[in-house]
Write a protein that binds this ligand. Structure first.
Ligand code: FE2
Length: 195
């Protein structure tokens, strides 16, 4: 199976789950991913950031479901899953999108009030607001600004009934930016289908 087809299958097989599990946001995981990618496209950013928006929560599917009161570390799982398949411009915003939430809570007084209850719940599990030192370290990280932009789309991509292009619309974009190294580890994504 070609690796982008594997990613598409992963999103399709698991995408019916309600976003944020038991807390039940108003959209499914796949609807959330597609809305996030659509917001990226509407912002006219590069294809790498559109791909990051589409794939940012794929780590939710990379392991067996765990409890609602445990940090699933899905951003780390996603980065591991995508490593070698896509360039850093895709992987790093995905890896940093949870840290971006912690940064925004620490630096934007209005940000916390706009978060969904599920995001507030997970914030506590993920470490809460960043300290001043953590903020400084985050600001020095490559791709941190893309992670902040992605985070804003993430928070807005939960609108029940919003129409988006289908997943198939984005697969050619993923193929276009796929790393040359993908052939070295095409089984990684496909193996995750068992998770
Ligand atoms: Fe998300």
């Amino acid at each position: 199976m070609e690796v982008i087809d594997g990613i598409g299958l992963l999103l399709t097989l698991h995408g019916h789950r309600p976003y944020d599990g038991h807390r039940r946001e108003s959209v499914t995981e796949l609807q959330h991913a597609l809305q996030c990618a659509q917001l990226a496209e509407w912002s006219q950013v590069g294809h790498a950031l559109v791909a990051a928006a589409l794939l940012h929560d794929i780590g939710h599917f990379a392991a067996a479901a765990i409890g609602d009161d445990v940090d699933d570390e899905h951003e780390r799982r996603a980065a591991e899953l995508l490593n070698g398949l896509f360039p850093a411009a895709v992987i790093e915003p995905v890896r940093l999108h949870v840290q971006a939430k912690r940064y925004l809570v620490a630096t934007d007084a209005s940000y916390l009030a706009g978060l969904s209850s599920a995001s507030v719940h997970s914030l506590a599990l993920q470490g809460g607001a960043m300290s001043a030192e953590e903020c400084r370290r985050f600001e020095a990280m490559p791709h941190n600004e893309d992670a902040l932009v992605l985070r804003r789309w993430d928070d807005s991509a939960k609108v029940r009934g919003r129409q988006t292009p289908p997943l198939a619309y984005y697969l050619p974009l993923l193929r276009e930016i796929q790393s040359d190294g993908e052939s070295a580890r095409p089984r990684t994504v496909i193996g995750s289908l068992d998770a």
